[in-house]
Design a protein around this ligand. Structure first.
Ligand code: MG
Ligand code: MG
Length: 250
């Protein structure tokens, strides 16, 4: 079921979203060579819990053990922070986080660069951010979910990359994952119609190589099948009469 949120609920999600943005800024600044993803997770959880009544959404969600998903290089999403995963110069790391305030969630992700990364890596990140921006621009009241996926896919594929099919964006609110699913591919004017008050997480996962992914033996970490790099950027937005309002902006 697709739920429409009240103005007050959207304000609460915006409060959660500003904490999410703060976490991502902080973690991005700490994502330097020599730091483990476990350390990033500690920093993130401490930051979230320093805000009254804010809790990390991921911890315990479907049994996930941490505050952040940290997914390095060919890892697409759902990487588990670990003391053994130490960032090295040239890595990219997708940092994904959710925060709950007043029973409502917000969700966002960035892919951070560690030290100096190759120009081709910068190009992948830049295209993925443009794909997210195009998806957000397509998320207008009266448009369809397929318009979002189409916009994301156009940007990613015209830059020479592929979009992941098995994992999708989602409605968000009182539940972390709500209807509708928001794929990063689609056909214009297809899928659920967007209405003011809907809140959705748009999250392109863009691979430098082929689109196929697989899940590692830890049953969480999703990686590209061909070992190519993958980038991930995400915002939670509210559909309004005047376009999408980003709730996870700083
Ligand atoms: Mg996320
Ligand atoms: Mg999400």
């Amino acid at each position: 079921m697709i739920t429409v949120k009240s103005a007050r609920e959207i304000e609460t999600m915006g409060r959660a979203g500003r904490i999410v943005a703060g976490v991502l800024d902080l973690v991005r600044s700490r994502a330097v060579p020599g730091v483990s993803t476990w350390e990033l997770d500690r920093i993130a959880e401490e930051f979230i819990r320093s805000h009254e009544a804010a809790t990390p959404s991921f911890k315990g969600l479907y049994g996930f053990p941490a505050t952040l998903c940290t997914s390095i290089n060919a890892e697409v999403v759902h990487g588990i922070p670990s003391k053994r995963r130490v960032l090295v110069d040239g890595d990219i790391v997708s940092v994904d986080v959710g925060v709950c305030v007043g029973g409502l969630h917000a969700d966002s992700a960035v892919t951070a660069t560690v030290g100096e990364v190759a120009p081709a890596t910068h190009a992948l990140l830049e295209a993925t951010q443009r794909a997210l921006a195009a998806g957000i621009a397509a998320a207008r009241a009266g448009a369809h979910v397929g318009d979002i996926g189409y916009a994301v896919q156009q940007v990613a594929e015209s830059a020479g990359y592929s979009v992941v099919r098995e994992l999708v964006g989602h409605g968000i609110g009182a539940q972390f994952h709500e209807e509708p699913q928001v794929p990063n591919f689609g056909r214009p004017k297809h899928g659920a119609r967007l209405m003011p008050g809907m809140t959705i997480a748009i999250e392109p996962m863009v691979n430098a190589g082929r689109p196929e992914v697989r899940t590692l033996g830890d049953r969480w970490t999703v990686v590209t099948q061909d070992g190519s790099l993958s980038a991930h950027f995400e915002h939670t937005v509210a559909i309004t009469e005047n376009g999408a309002r980003i709730l996870t902006a700083a």
